[in-house]
Design a protein around this ligand. Structure first.
Ligand code: F6R
Length: 249
């Protein structure tokens, strides 16, 4: 694992964007895995800028989002489809047919999970997956207790996660109780992973996930076993980690 500590959020976002830009320059047909949330917003701005400046193109890129709420229409302003459209896809030259999400509206959500995993496989797997981390150590919507062998599936959201994400809904009670998420096994199959974390609130979990025991109670801890993981932390999110001075910086 490589850990980079950035001096602030802008620097974290720029470093992450540089890695994605490098990947896209090396392979025009990159298959990217993408998160929503507040953490990647700066990264997405940088990518949009690089695309506008014709430094990179997404014309041959395929994207697979990590998760989507169950039961929300794609067009719902709070769906992850809308989020990605408004924060990234509207500003880059990606083709609509190359954008994929797990189907939160499928009649059979179990089948939808398996279908998403086969779709990723059909596209030869994820070259690069970007992740954020939840306050409780979730990645995607793999909440504490998720099986390390889990595939894309329907999950129930923990109260802490619902509280953290309520800001994206007009009324807190509008927030769905379930989502469909790439599983931990699906995530671990990505050839490269970049984990981003910003803000002091994430600091304790970042330390636990990266240096503590690999345990289902902190799902992100499984990333310690990934062969090509780069962690980019805003310095506030690295506070606790720096205090223990792990040897592998
Ligand atoms: C979102 C996702 C989540 C977020 C995590 C952090 O698609 O998969 O795991 O990455 O909840 O969210 P923010 O960045 O809002 O703190």
């Amino acid at each position: 694992m490589k850990i980079i500590i950035a001096k602030n959020y802008q620097a974290m976002s720029k470093l992450a964007a540089d890695l994605v830009i490098r990947e896209l320059k090396e392979k025009r047909q990159t298959t990217l895995g993408l998160p929503t949330g507040s953490t990647p917003l700066g990264l997405y701005k940088n990518l949009a800028k690089a695309c506008l400046g014709e430094k990179i193109s997404f014309k041959e890129v395929k994207t697979f989002n990590l998760d989507e709420y169950a039961g929300l229409a794609k067009t719902d302003g709070s769906s992850y489809h809308s989020f990605m459209q408004n924060k990234l896809f509207n500003f880059i030259d990606i083709k609509a047919k190359n954008i994929f999400f797990p189907d939160g509206q499928a009649k059979n959500l179990r089948q939808a999970g398996a279908k998403y995993d086969s779709l990723i496989k059909k596209h030869h797997g994820l070259d690069l997956l970007i992740l954020g981390i939840g306050l409780n150590g979730h990645i995607g919507f793999n909440e504490p207790g998720s099986d390390f062998n889990s595939k894309t599936r329907i999950v129930s959201l923990k109260e802490q996660t619902r509280r953290a994400n309520a800001k994206y809904f007009a009324k807190a009670e509008d927030m769905p109780r379930q989502a469909i998420t790439m599983g931990l096994a699906t995530i671990m199959k990505a050839r490269k992973i970049i984990l981003l974390a910003a803000g002091a609130k994430k600091s304790a979990m970042v330390k636990q996930a990266l240096t503590g025991k690999i345990t289902k109670s902190a799902p992100a801890s499984i990333l310690q076993n990934h062969k090509n993981l780069t962690v980019i932390l805003e310095n506030k999110a690295a506070k606790d980690l720096m205090a223990v001075k792990p040897h592998n910086y």
